[in-house]
Design a protein around this ligand. Sequence first.
Ligand code: HEM
Length: 125
Amino acid sequence: MNYNTLYEAIGGAPAVREIVEKFYPKVQAHPLLGPLFPANIDPVMDKQYLFLTQFFGGPSLYSDAFGHPMMRGRHLPFPITKERAEAWLDCMRRALSETELPEGLQQVVLERLSGPAHHFINTED
Ligand code: HEM
């Protein structure tokens, strides 16, 4: 890949926005995930846009607005099981598959998110 960051490789801001917009309806519709989220998903989508921008190597939009991400800590109020982590990743896989991104790049994005998703598991039931 002839890019410095994954953020550039996927196409920058519009690509991150598209992923977020395709991802959250799937999360909301998922029986294991939907109930964890507020009815008004817009603020969550906005935060995820800021976070993924930064996480993929783009500008540090999330930290500029909210300080250190401490993402595992921010997820502690929610019961995250292995099943939920895998459901989250599956929603992301399906969202990515609806974009124009080449499959290899979709795979890189998914692998990059797989570590954190499993790291956020905080309960067994
Ligand atoms: C492992 C499965 C996951 C579950 C079940 C989950 C669930 C949630 C929930 C319930 C919220 C709070 C929504 C609210 O504001 O009420 C949230 C926030 C958030 N999640 Fe996750 N999440 C998961 C994985 C991830 C991953 C892998 C990332 C990114 C690498 C991520 C990034 C975020 C961000 C950026 C926020 C907003 C944080 C803030 O309030 O500033 N999540 N998540």
